[in-house]
Write a protein that binds this ligand. Structure first.
Ligand SMILES: *Cc1c(COP(=O)(O)O)cnc(C)c1O
Length: 420
């Protein structure tokens, strides 16, 4: 292909084109590997933003989807329904935390969060209670549409738009030192009676470079929310479907969320789709004899049958013994790697949750500082696709990655310590 046509016609996401005009052409992907135009191989150590967890072009998912798309491509999902959607909803409810009862469809992680926020705000509106504030964590990331951006805490994404935000109070992420203070702050905000929802990434904040917090701390905050009738929204767009070591990160807490957002690996990386699931209590608050009480939110491609089929096939794979064993294998493998590099003088900190592993280097740098580009180029030269953020590099590889491929990623990270 002509790279000039890319430069001439395309505006890439999250890119400063003046500083970074070049994009690498990827021609093919299979299993855990990406191939460029010259047939160089790269291990996809971040599963293309945590999507293709069952491997690129997974033969089971592609076969199921290809069959589906010859039978029913798309149909309006208001007034009509179809088997791919009902089958998917049923299989999701079976594996989601046990209070989740209804499945609402949209197109991407950001819209699944916007849907959740609108559900929470209208839940209170429908009950006649005036609640206009939302609580979210500092450093959280929930997407790039206006609602999702409002509850995100990273200024590089939402700085120019902060005057156009929903009314959001930001809470520090709890740790051993600040937990009492954070609880006090949450309690004080909650007691005013005007907080509609608490939106959070459970246990692992992906875009904050895999920042992690303890389930018992989050559970304390969820208890305060429950006590104050604040709708809890778990954004599991990144953490969902096995990455934390359980199907959903929310399963690590006793307090269950009222609403859960899902996308990314939902469809195994084949096609876009997102889900916002909710409890019976949320759903029931939208029932009534007049139309206005209903939830008037809908996307043209809601519950696209092809996407539903990709999701259904992905969940079958997730539930398989093979994938479950693989998750265990990767967890153990990461543990061994951590014990190998933890004491290295250039390693400040390591952390792991399930198959997610992060290494902080002992160096100060900006999130998009020069170091990350230097490291990125180094890893690519070693045949490994990693996306360092600031002084952190993390691994979130497809479940089907081999031990040899894992070893190659570890070696690349170890060798990169010599160039920082
Ligand atoms: C990626 C991500 C989103 C946004 O999803 P998009 O599909 O990119 O809109 C929202 N929340 C979390 C936790 C994410 O990791």
């Amino acid at each position: 292909m002509s790279i000039n046509d890319d430069k001439k016609y395309i505006w890439h996401p999250l890119t400063q084109h003046q500083l970074h005009p070049n994009n690498i052409v990827i021609k093919k992907a299979k299993g855990a590997l990406l191939y460029d135009e010259d047939n160089n191989e790269y291990i996809d150590a971040i599963a293309s933003w945590y999507t293709c967890m069952y491997g690129h072009c997974n033969p089971y998912i592609t076969a199921m989807v290809s069959k589906q798309m010859q039978n029913l491509d798309h149909v309006v999902f208001t007034g009509f329904t179809h088997e791919p959607a009902t089958k998917l909803a049923k299989s999701l409810i079976r594996i989601l935390p046990k209070n989740q009862r209804k499945i609402f469809f949209s197109d991407n992680g950001s819209t699944s969060v916007d849907v959740a926020i609108k559900m929470a705000l209208q839940f209170h509106y429908n009950k006649g209670s005036k609640r206009n504030k939302i609580i979210a964590f500092e450093d959280g990331f929930h997407g790039d549409t206006f609602g999702a951006m409002s509850v995100s805490g990273l200024s590089v994404y939402n700085g120019p738009f902060k005057d156009f935000s929903l009314d959001v109070e930001r809470l520090p992420v709890p740790n051993d030192k600040n937990i009492d203070e954070v609880k006090k702050q949450f309690g004080a905000l909650s007691s005013k009676g005007n907080v509609a929802a608490f939106v959070y990434e459970p246990l692992v904040q992906g875009a904050a470079a895999m920042k992690m917090h303890k389930p018992e701390h989050l559970n304390e905050l969820l208890k305060i929310a429950k006590r104050n009738e604040i709708i809890t929204v778990a954004d599991e767009v990144m953490t969902g479907f096995g990455k934390t070591g359980k199907n959903f990160a929310s399963e690590f807490m006793i307090q269950l969320p009222d609403i859960i957002c899902l996308s990314k690996s939902l469809t195994g990386g084949l096609v876009p789709m997102a889900i916002t699931s909710c409890s019976e209590e949320i759903y029931n608050a939208f029932l009534g004899p007049n139309m206005e009480k209903g939830f008037f939110h809908g996307h043209t491609y809601s519950a696209n049958p092809t996407s539903c089929t990709a999701a259904l096939a992905s969940i079958e794979l997730l539930n398989s013994e093979e994938i479950q064993k693989s998750i265990e294998r990767i967890k153990q493998s990461h543990k061994t790697f951590i014990s190998r590099i933890d004491k290295h003088p250039k390693v400040r900190k390591t952390r792991q949750q399930g198959i997610i592993l992060a290494v902080d280097f002992n160096i100060e740098t900006d999130r998009y500082g020069d170091l990350r580009y230097k490291l990125f180029d180094f890893y690519m030269s070693k045949g490994v696709y990693l996306r360092p953020l600031g002084n952190t590099v993390y691994i979130l590889a497809p479940y089907i990655i081999s031990n040899e491929q894992l070893a190659k990623i570890y070696v690349a990270i170890e060798q990169s310590l010599d160039i920082i």
